[in-house]
Write a new protein. Structure first.
Length: 75
């Protein structure tokens, strides 16, 4: 988390460094894995459970080792 504290010696160089730090922090927080994007894109809880169940069935069919669904998606 970046806290902005104004000072009397703000120069353009300091301001651009602060803007760069904010941008890098924002980009790193926005990096999500495909599984999270898939799950969070589904609004209805019942649909989410059904899709997860079907994805598990597919992973069983193609013989991906049995662990939790998120780990199976990372393979």
């Amino acid at each position: 988390m970046l806290i902005y504290e104004p000072s009397h010696n703000n120069t353009e160089g300091n301001m651009s460094k602060m803007a760069l730090a904010i941008t890098e922090d924002f980009e790193s927080s926005m990096e999500l894995d495909p599984f999270s994007l898939f799950i969070n894109a589904i609004r209805a809880e019942q649909t989410r459970r059904k899709y997860q169940s079907r994805l598990n069935t597919f992973f069983d069919y193609i013989s991906i080792p049995n662990s939790n669904l998120e780990e199976r998606c990372d393979l």
